[in-house]
Design a protein around this ligand. Structure first.
Ligand SMILES: [Zn+2]
Length: 154
């Protein structure tokens, strides 16, 4: 049994909404109404105490270096995540193995996209495709911050 999860997270990793984001949640609810047979999709809204990786699971095809464009070993990336897991990503700064550039984990070029967040709206098995630009704008307006989307297969 596998799941698809469509998430909206703030584009700034540390940003959290100050107010209860019910409006954003209800917009997402409208955008993912579930199946015609009336089964609602499950929508989780999470405030993470520490910065958390929001990855795309099995949808991750490759990771690129933002500096030189080389492809970055996903095992190296997994090691970085593991190393930072205990400190809650006190820093996202990394030195990439390809060209030695100092960059940031959230600046790597993920295909499919991955992000880091302290706030997340996750739609489980959304029964729909990606959010459109207009839909992302609607969620961002309701939340008060631009958002990006992650689509995970887990
Ligand atoms: Zn590089």
């Amino acid at each position: 049994m596998s799941d698809d999860v469509l998430s909206a997270i703030p584009t700034a990793p540390h940003w959290q909404p100050e107010q209860a984001p019910e409006r954003a949640a209800s917009i997402v609810e409208e955008l993912a109404p579930g199946l015609p047979n009336g089964i609602d999709v499950e929508i989780d809204i999470t405030w993470h105490d520490a910065l958390t990786v929001v990855d795309c699971g099995q949808n991750l095809q490759k990771i690129g270096c933002p500096q030189c464009g080389a492809s970055i070993d996903t095992d190296w990336w997994a090691d970085q995540l593991e190393a930072h897991y205990d400190d809650g990503f006190a820093t996202l700064a990394v030195v990439v193995p390809c060209c030695g550039a100092a960059t940031s984990l959230d600046a790597l070029v993920y295909d499919w996209s991955c992000g880091f967040a302290r706030f997340e709206i996750a739609v489980w098995n959304p029964e729909r495709a990606w959010f459109s630009d207009e839909e992302l704008t609607a969620i961002a307006d309701a939340l008060g911050h631009p958002v990006m989307q992650i689509r995970a297969h887990i």
